[in-house]
Design a protein. Structure first.
Lengths: 154, 419
């Protein structure tokens, strides 16, 4: 569904822990401050809890736990962006929002072969100027679907 | 011959009538060479005259002579012969006495004088001699004793004089030494006077320095008080600064909050712009710029917060330092007071030292004068002692001579045997 013909794509880029991720900007509704999170019983550990947003209950996902890359920490400057895919809406924890970036399609590299669980949710990888500057571009719709499935299976 | 004269007198007195008779007899004997009847008488007289005092007129002639002349003549001759005999005995005794005297004079032996006589006429003479000799004997005895005493006394005098000479020489040496010592003492006292002068000078200098020190300590205490009041002012300023910094902190918090909200707003605006497609592109760029500004503000506030933290630490350190400075100045003031007291003590001590040094200087000057007088006196004493030594040498010589004389006298006196 991504417009492959366009020479470049816009991604909402952020950092969690040591990892940088990019989410297609059409999947992001808005950015919030991390307010009070109410933990939900009987949910997977990657769902930190729920928070109220514009009269709706919004589950908040920790990407690091979801991808088994560690744990996110909630601080005063922590952001939560509201991601959307179809009818599914979910909050995702981001330590720092890097901003909207337009990335040429030609620069997007395929995800590394034989990768772990994270690799199946990646659209591709963009090399940065340094080894830590690389950005993992997420297939947010698939990720959200998987997350929902996991939460329901439980 | 003189001895004969007393003998002659009685003879004369006795034969005053006879002597012319004898001569007349002799003339008559010469005349009798012719006249025979007187021949026995003349012969007898001739014989007596020639020395035979025992010659007498023969008895037959006496009896034959009726005139009794022969008898008378014999009686005269008898008396004459006894007188002659007595004269001879007296002469012999006189000779004996003279011999004794000669021996006495020659040998000085007074002990042998033991001449006596039965002659009543010579008796008083010899008795007088004996008394003279006895007196001489007593004299000699006394002189002997005196000579002995003189000798021992002269010896004692010599010994004493020798001792005196020795002691006088020793005294001279001692006086010489004493004079030398007094000279040294004089030099020493001069040295002491000089040293005391230096001490007085040094004490004066110290006094000046101590006074300067007292002034300096007063200034120090004033400076300490100034520092303390300045320190109080500094502490006030620091606390004011701290309050201001805290206020800056709260303001920065507000700014931070606003910047954070601005960041979020800009981000969401960018997302809105992005959803608007090509139409919102410019809006998105402005929003991104706003976001960058907000981030800059956040960075600046972070820096300010760091600075505020540093300032807070610094002000705390400064407050601590001001407190320490306050304590230090307080103890400095106390120390200054103690030092001032100490300097007062030093001033008093130095004043005393200075006075004492001056007194010592005066005393040593007096001592020097006295020592000089003593040296002069010692020189006079030395002169006198030299004279005394010379005199005692002369006295010793005289005493030696006296001793010799005394022994000579004793020798001489020894020649006279009194006992």
């Amino acid at each position: 569904m991504a417009a492959q013909a366009r020479p470049e794509l816009e991604f909402f880029c952020f950092r969690v822990g040591e990892l940088r991720f990019g989410v297609p900007s059409e999947n992001v509704l808005e950015v919030l401050r991390a307010g009070l999170l109410t933990p939900l019983p009987r949910t997977p550990s990657f769902i930190l809890g729920v928070t109220g947003h514009r009269g709706q209950v919004l589950p908040v996902v920790d990407l690091l736990r979801f991808l088994s890359k560690g744990e996110a920490r909630i601080g005063p400057r922590t952001r939560i962006f509201v991601g959307v895919s179809g009818s599914y809406v979910s909050g995702v924890v981001a330590d720092t929002v890097l901003g909207l970036r337009r990335i040429p399609v030609s620069e997007i590299l395929p995800p590394p072969l034989g990768g772990d669980q994270a690799a199946e949710h990646l659209l591709g990888v963009v090399q940065g100027s340094g080894p830590a500057d690389g950005i993992n571009l997420l297939n947010f719709s698939k990720l959200l679907q998987t997350a929902r499935q996991r939460a329901v299976v439980r | 011959m003189s001895l004969e004269s007393p003998n002659e007198k009685p003879a004369k007195s006795r034969g005053a009538r006879k002597s012319p008779g004898v001569k007349a007899g002799a003339e008559s004997v010469i005349a009798n060479t012719v006249t025979d009847p007187f021949k026995p008488f003349t012969d007898t007289l001739m014989s007596v005259l020639s020395g035979n005092l025992n010659a007498r007129v023969p008895q037959d002639r006496v009896q034959a002579d009726p005139t009794g002349f022969g008898h008378l003549l014999n009686q005269v001759l008898e008396q004459f012969s006894s007188a002659e005999h007595r004269k001879q005995v007296a002469a012999q005794e006189i000779d004996q006495a003279l011999d004794s005297l000669i021996i006495l004079v020659r040998e000085g032996d007074l002990s042998r004088w033991n001449t006596s006589t039965e002659d009543p006429q010579l008796g008083p003479l010899l008795e007088g001699f004996g008394k003279v000799i006895e007196t001489l004997r007593i004299f000699v005895r006394e002189i002997n004793e005196a000579a002995l005493r003189l000798s021992s006394s002269a010896n004692q005098v010599l010994a004493a004089s020798t001792q005196h000479e020795t002691s006088s020489t020793e005294q001279a040496a001692a006086i010489h030494e004493t004079t030398a010592t007094m000279e040294e003492l004089k030099h020493a006292s001069a040295q002491i006077a000089e040293n005391a002068g230096s001490v007085a000078r040094v004490a004066e200098e110290t006094l000046g320095a101590a006074r300067a020190g007292r002034g300096a300590i007063g200034e120090f205490i004033q400076a300490m008080q100034q520092i303390r009041s300045d320190g109080v002012a500094v502490a006030d300023s620091i606390s004011k600064l701290s309050k201001r910094v805290e206020r800056i902190g709260t303001v920065v918090e507000v700014i931070d909050e606003i910047a954070d909200r601005s960041d979020l707003l800009a981000l969401n605006a960018a997302l809105e712009g992005s959803r608007a497609g090509e139409a919102g592109k410019g809006f998105s760029i402005v929003a991104a710029e706003m976001r960058r500004l907000a981030e800059n503000v956040l960075e600046s506030t972070k820096e300010i917060k760091n600075l505020i933290t540093e300032i807070r630490e610094a002000t705390q350190a400064a407050a601590g330092a001001a407190d320490a400075s306050k304590h230090a100045t307080e103890s400095g003031e106390k120390l200054g007071a103690v030092a001032a007291q100490a300097v007062e003590g030093i001033l008093a001590g130095v004043q005393e030292t200075s006075d004492a040094a001056r007194v010592i200087n005066l005393a040593t000057q007096q001592q020097r004068t006295a020592t000089e007088q003593v040296v002069a006196s010692m020189a006079e004493i030395e002169d006198v002692t030299r004279q005394t030594t010379q005199a005692s040498k002369q006295a010793t010589g005289a005493a030696a001579e006296l001793t010799q004389l005394a022994s000579r006298l004793a020798e001489l006196i020894k020649r006279f045997k009194a006992d």
